[in-house]
Design a protein around this ligand. Sequence first.
Ligand code: GFB
Length: 280
Amino acid sequence: MRSRRELDLTSQAAVDAFFETEQPEYVVLAAAKVGGIRANNTYPAEFIRDNLAMQTNVIHSAWAHGTNKLLFLGSSCIYPKHAPQPMPEDSLLTGPLEPTNEWYAVAKIAGIKMCQAYRKQYGFDAISLMPTNLYGPGDNFDLKNSHVLPALLRRIHEAKQAQQPEVVVWGSGTPRREFLHVDDLADAAVTLMANYSRPEIVNVGVGEDISILELAELVRDVVGYEGKLVLDRDKPDGTPRKLLDVSRINDIGWRARISLKDGIEETYRWFLDHQDQYRG
Ligand code: GFB
C-alpha cells in the first residue's frame, strides 16, 4: 500500500520501480482521478490525462512484471448517454457519451480496451468491473467537487446545524442514479478476482435507482433536517438515467447486500466522526 505522495502513478518510471521491488501477484487498480459532475466538467484535461497515465502505467507494469491477475475498475459513465435502461454491458460504444463526463469515460474505455488487448496479445489475465455511483465511509465531502451523495449529506447537515430554512439541490431533481456502498463493491471485486477470467466487462450495481430529489429526501430524513429542498435548475443534470443491468454478476453468484438507507446512515455516522476534516 502506497499513498499518492509516496507513489506517483502518473510516472511510468515510479510505477515500474514499485513493481520491480514489490512484485505483486494480484493487482486491483482502483486508483483514479474522480469527482462529481462539476469536477468532471471543470477539469476535463486532468480527468483524461491523469486517468490515461495512471492506468496505462499500472496495467503495463503489472503485465511486464508477471502479475498473475489484474482487476481494473471502470465506471457506469462509459455507456452512451441514451443507452437502454438498465444498461447491459454490450451497450458499450453504441452511441455518444454524456458531455459532462466524456473525458473521464473515454479514459476508462481506454483502460477496458487495454485490459482486453493485453489478454488477447499476451494472455494477461486482466479483467474489468464497471461500478455504478459509489458512496460510503472515507468519501470525498468537498461541496463543489464531490459526487452528489456526499455533497448532499454535508450540505444538509450544515443547514441543520445553522438552522437554515432551506437547502439547494443542483439540477431538476429528476435524473435517476443507482448507488452502491463501497463495501459491496469490495466484496464484488473479491468475488470476481476469485471466479472470473474473461475479457467481457462486468457491471456491479444494486439493480435499482432513485431520483436525485428522492435521494435528497432520504438524506434529509437520515440527517433529521426539517427545512425545505430547493432546486437550482441552472446547474447541470448530466445523464438522465444511469441504472446498470446486473444480470451478468448475479449469474456469477454475487448480489449487493447493503440497503441505501442503512448505507447512508452508516456514512453519516462516519461523517460526524470525521467532520473536523471537512470544514473550510
Ligand atoms: O454524483 P454526480 O455529481 O455525478 O451526480 P453523475 C450528479 C447529479 O446529481 C446531477 C445532481 O443530476 C446533479 O444535478 N446534484 C444535486 C448534485 N445536487 C448536487 C450536488 O450538490 N453535487 C453534485 N455533484 N451533484 C458522475 C461522473 O456522474 O458519476 C463521474 O461525473 C462518475 O464521471 C460518477 O462516472 C459515477 O452521476 O452525473
